[in-house]
Structures are given as C-alpha cells and as structure tokens.
Ligand binder design. Structure first.
Ligand SMILES: Nc1ncnc2c1ncn2[C@@H]1O[C@H](COP(=O)(O)OP(=O)(O)OP(=O)(O)O)[C@@H](O)[C@H]1O
Ligand SMILES: [Mg+2]
Length: 231
C-alpha cells in the first residue's frame, strides 16, 4: 500500500514550474491503479519520488509525505526502498546490464541468496508465462524494444516485491505480449500486490481497477472499475 499526502514537487525552486501539486492519494493492495496524463506532465517524476530516486536537495522543492505500507519514506533508507517495491522504468535499456537474458533474470535472485536450482526453476516458470524461453541465451542489447520490456518486467516480477511501479512497461510490446502481461498482473493483484502503472496507451486501461489522471500537477481520481463515476 502507498499513501501520499500533500505532496508538492518542483525541480527548480527558482523557476515557477510546479510538477506535482497537493497530491493526496492512496494506492491499495489488491488493486491495479493506472495513472495517465500527457507527455511531460510528471508521471515518471512521481515514480522517481516514490522510489527515492529523487530526494530533497538545494535546487528542488519537495514537500509532503509518502508512506509505504504505513512507514514514512523519510525513515526508509534509499537502499532499503527496493526491498519494499520494484520499479520497471520507462526506458528498458537503463535496466539491462548483462550480456545474456538469463543472467539478467538471475541477478536479482542471486542477490536474495536463493539457491541455484530454485533460481533456474523460477526463471523457467516466468519465461514460459511470458513466452521468452527462446530469448534466454540472447544478448538483451540486440532484442527488440518490446522484447527488452518483457525481459525487464520478468526480472522485476521475479523479485516478488509487494508493490510494483510500472512506467509504461508495455509501450513497445505487441498485443499477444500485452495479454500475457495482463494475465500475470491480474494474478499478482489477487495475491495482494499493490500495482501502480503509468500508461499512455488508453487500450491498456482495461486492466485498471482505478484510473487517475495527472493534469497540471493535480492527480485526480478519474474512474473506478466498470466506469462508475467516482466523487
Ligand atoms: N532532472 C530534471 N530536471 C528538470 N526538469 C526535469 C527533470 N526531469 C524531468 N524534468 C521535466 O519535468 C517534467 C515531467 O517529466 P516526466 O518525465 O515526469 O514526465 P512524464 O509524464 O513521465 O512524461 P512522458 O509521458 O513523456 O514519459 C517534464 O517537463 C520534464 O522535462
Ligand atoms: Mg514518463
């Protein structure tokens, strides 16, 4: 669960451009929350703040509070944040570092000290679920954009974090791939995960339990499931 209260952010306090304005929102477990908004409106910035990639400094202005499973983000060390949440960034190249896909998938699990045969079993399972078995011994750098995105998503899902931040994680993935991802996300949500997605493609909104739009720094609750209007 993530609760944000009265969050305000501007990259440069000497300029007049407020990116996020009085944001009050709760992203709950067992829900897929989707945030939409025009290019440059601040969606990725919000994710970078939640994941503590952006912290308060001399130039920016960051106020308000963020709670991750009830714990104030200010009290969580930066390196601890990633034990609580996992993020798929907008550009998959920033998250692919190994020469083989299988090493990319194994890396996070090795850091969690999981046994080798268990790691291989988990990789086998997620590769089947996402249909990427044929990519395991390829170099991620030479994959298509959509394949890269699926590999990054697989590596992140393997970590088993309870909170997932997915920043346009399917923007280059084809329809079949998107359907597979939808299936997995629905299972994860029913297992109790908190899933927050940034989406440009309105077709992907079908997966949302709740939709939010970010306009001029304001995040507003747009529609609930079944398109009922929400007050
Ligand atoms: N490090 C930075 N310093 C100053 N301004 C920045 C910085 N990073 C992003 N911005 C600006 O902040 C605004 C919000 O950027 P952000 O990447 O959060 O938008 P976005 O909603 O994710 O856009 P897109 O849909 O294109 O991914 C943009 O105008 C961007 O130029
Ligand atoms: Mg973005």
């Amino acid at each position: 669960m993530i609760k944000i209260s009265d969050l305000n952010f501007t990259y440069n306090k000497n300029e007049n451009r407020i990116i996020l304005k009085n944001i009050d929102v709760e992203f709950k477990r067992n829900e897929i929350s989707v945030i939409t908004g025009l290019s440059g409106c601040g969606k990725s910035t919000l994710f970078r703040i939640i994941s503590k990639e952006i912290i308060s400094n001399d130039i920016n202005l960051l106020t308000g509070n963020i709670f991750i499973n009830g714990e104030n983000l200010n009290n969580i060390e930066k390196k601890e944040v990633f034990t609580k949440l996992a993020i798929v960034r907008q550009d998959p190249d920033t998250q692919l570092i190994f020469p083989l896909v299988i090493d990319e998938l194994a890396f996070g699990l090795e850091n969690l000290n999981i046994k080798k045969d268990e790691i291989l079993e988990k990789i086998d399972q997620i590769s089947k679920e996402l249909s990427i078995e044929h990519l395991l011994f390829q170099n991620p750098r030479f994959l298509s954009g959509g394949e890269k995105q699926i590999v990054v998503l697989a590596s992140v899902l393997l970590l088993g974090a309870n909170i997932l931040l997915l920043d346009e994680c399917m923007s280059q993935v084809d329809k079949k791939g998107r359907e597979r991802i939808f299936q997995i996300l629905k299972i994860l949500k029913n297992e109790g995960k908190t899933i927050i997605m940034v989406e440009h493609n309105l077709k992907n909104l079908v997966i949302a339990d709740k939709t939010f739009s970010l306009i001029n720094g304001n995040l507003s609750y747009f529609k609930g499931y079944n398109n009922e209007e929400v007050s």
